[in-house]
Unconditional design. Structure first.
Length: 246
């Protein structure tokens, strides 16, 4: 089965937050994305609420529960106590833990699974007790797969930023793709499922899907939102689904 598509709403929320107005509607565009075939919605509610606001979360949860019960809600963020409380309140199907500093513009590296094991393991256990699937943000490093599994996590999410940044250099892109592929191979062999996200676009998704045919999910925000300015949200979701192999 091709990788499922989760639409990250952060860039839409950031555009909305430029003005004290309710548009563009984060929930409204999420509804369009799900109606067009997206499998889920992703948000990253940072402490300063500079894009997704905490008040968006109950609306997105209700949208999925009431209108698209087969879709999934994925909340990503650094596992501070405030974040964990937010996740436990809104019960997403999946939480993606990232090692972000609150001041970072965006996620730009994965966990050191060996060094961070003592920190991550009780957090993963706490979240899984509530029935939430846990995914951990991961660099291209096959050696970390077993340590990631030993935290109790269900999945890793491959950080594909370097792969996306080589959009105009096919040789470097191919090398990074192989690093991602080897990391996915190691994770799958360790019993983990594999997600991917960051700077994925219609042009680089097919090669990723071909190299990692067992890819479970891609979470895409910036590139998808940029595409939607040209093709509309519904048309863009269909383009990205096709790129995933649907």
């Amino acid at each position: 089965m091709p990788a499922k598509l989760s639409v990250n709403l952060n860039a839409i929320a950031m555009l909305r937050n430029r003005r004290d107005l309710p548009w563009p509607s984060v929930t409204g565009l999420g509804r369009i994305a799900l109606a067009a075939g997206a499998h889920g919605l992703t948000v990253h509610p940072r402490p300063d609420e500079r894009h997704t606001r905490h008040s968006d979360l109950p609306e997105i949860r209700a949208l999925i529960d009431d209108e698209f019960p087969r879709a999934e809600f994925n909340i990503e963020g650094y596992p501070s106590e405030d974040f964990l409380a937010l996740v436990e309140k809104h019960q997403p199907e999946q939480v993606t833990l990232v090692p972000d500093d609150p001041a970072q513009a965006t996620s730009d590296h994965g966990w050191n699974f060996v060094a961070d094991a003592a920190f991550l393991t009780p957090i993963v256990k706490r979240l899984k007790k509530t029935g939430i699937r846990v995914s951990l943000f991961s660099d291209s490093d096959p050696a970390g797969a077993k340590a990631a599994r030993d935290t109790g996590a269900d999945r890793i999410e491959l950080y594909t930023g370097p792969y996306g940044s080589y959009h105009s250099d096919s040789e470097k892109a191919a090398k990074e793709l192989e690093r991602l592929g080897k990391t996915a191979d190691a994770a799958l062999a360790a019993g983990l499922q594999v997600n991917a996200g960051h700077d994925l676009v219609v042009n680089n998704l097919p090669a990723l899907a071909k190299r990692i045919p067992a890819l479970a999910e891609v979470s895409i925000g910036h590139g998808l939102t940029a595409d939607a300015l040209e093709y509309g949200m519904a048309g863009t979701v269909k383009r990205f689904l096709k790129a995933c192999g649907w």
